[in-house]
Design a protein around this ligand. Structure first.
Ligand SMILES: [Zn+2]
Length: 334
């Protein structure tokens, strides 16, 4: 799968101030390893019985080599298929506790609710447009399920086109917020939705990397798609500019929350193996903005020169395939 050539005039700027309302990003970075910090202060390390080894989430091999260590957790690379993943991970019980923690809820609320309207306009509509390109029947009602919908900003954008859009998420405050805006959101796991209800499009934005078993969710998605139904997803890109520029300080390297790290090659293998045909693959990110934030706030460097050309630099990164998010649209095969 080749990356399409892109023209700079199509670049959509991101207003980072609106996306990350004052102080919310600093809070996220400060609190990112809170569950682990607590354990370290109590036990001096993560107790072994909190952790469990996992096989490669793509090929099930248990043959791996260490890539790096961050926040007291190892990230490894599969010797068989090159997929990068956190190993060992917290066992299910402790993993769920990380998400239930008040600190995480607060961070999500701060980032998600305050920027909801901006996200509808800037990202929701962009996603709808990207999917529309591949719909075979644009006239009929499109049924869409957004898995991990957060506050429902994408569902809100899909509603603007009269799509029949539903969102699910496990975060109660995000669901409450979206429902209060009249959106069809439900706090439920995908596995609890009947597989008799089929959707033309199922989306998974920033979801796969959080899951212990990404293969299982893809299977569940397949069962709930119509014939030739589409999936659209974003996942962090392991070999991105963020990591080239910041090493393991790159913000997306977050082993307590991000359990799998894809590249163009490994996500393509992963989906093809599970009977999806990839229609489009792109990278897009905030690599330069994260780099500026890091230089200013962590390294106390002046970033004036880079700031002036940040949008151009980010475009070059995206177009070159080094943006920190992989964006991909794929079609269910028979
Ligand atoms: Zn593997």
């Amino acid at each position: 799968m080749k990356i399409e050539y892109r023209v700079i005039s199509e670049y959509l700027e991101v207003d980072v101030e609106q996306l990350r309302p004052k102080g919310s990003y600093k809070k996220l970075i400060d609190k990112r390893s809170y569950p682990i910090d607590k354990l370290i202060s109590e036990f001096g390390e993560i107790p072994k019985d909190y952790l469990r080894l996992r096989n490669c989430p793509n090929c099930n091999s248990n043959n791996f080599k260490k890539e790096l260590n961050k926040d007291h957790l190892d990230i490894v690379k599969c010797n068989n298929c090159d997929l990068v993943y956190t190993n060992p991970i917290f066992d299910e019980e402790h993993y769920l506790e990380i998400y239930k923690a008040a600190e995480y809820q607060e961070v999500v609320r701060d980032l998600g609710e305050k920027s909801h309207e901006y996200r509808v306009k800037r990202f929701g509509r962009e996603r709808v447009k990207a999917i529309e390109r591949y719909l075979t029947n644009k006239n009929s009602d499109v049924s869409l399920l957004d898995v991990g919908c957060s506050t429902g900003f994408f569902v809100e954008a899909a509603n603007e086109l009269k799509w029949d859009a539903k969102g699910i998420d496990l975060n109660p405050s995000a669901i409450d917020f979206g429902q209060s805006r009249g959106l069809n959101l439900e706090q439920v796991e995908l596995s609890k939705l009947s597989s008799k209800n089929k959707y033309d499009v199922i989306t998974l934005y920033d979801v796969l990397e959080h899951l212990v078993d990404p293969s299982d969710i893809i299977k569940q998605v397949r069962e709930r798609l119509t014939n030739y139904g589409l999936i659209s997803m974003y996942v962090p890109k392991y070999d991105s500019a963020s990591r080239v520029l910041m090493g393991k300080d790159a913000h997306f390297i977050w082993p307590s929350h991000h359990l799998t790290y894809f590249t163009i090659k490994t996500i393509s293998d992963f989906l093809q193996k599970r009977s999806f045909e990839i229609l489009e693959i792109k990278t897009e990110g905030l690599d330069i903005f994260d780099y500026i934030w890091w230089q200013e706030n962590i390294n106390e460097q002046n970033t004036e020169v880079i700031q002036k050309i940040s949008n151009n630099l980010q475009f070059f990164i995206n177009a070159g395939g080094y943006g920190k998010n992989l964006r991909l649209i794929a079609k269910k095969k028979d």
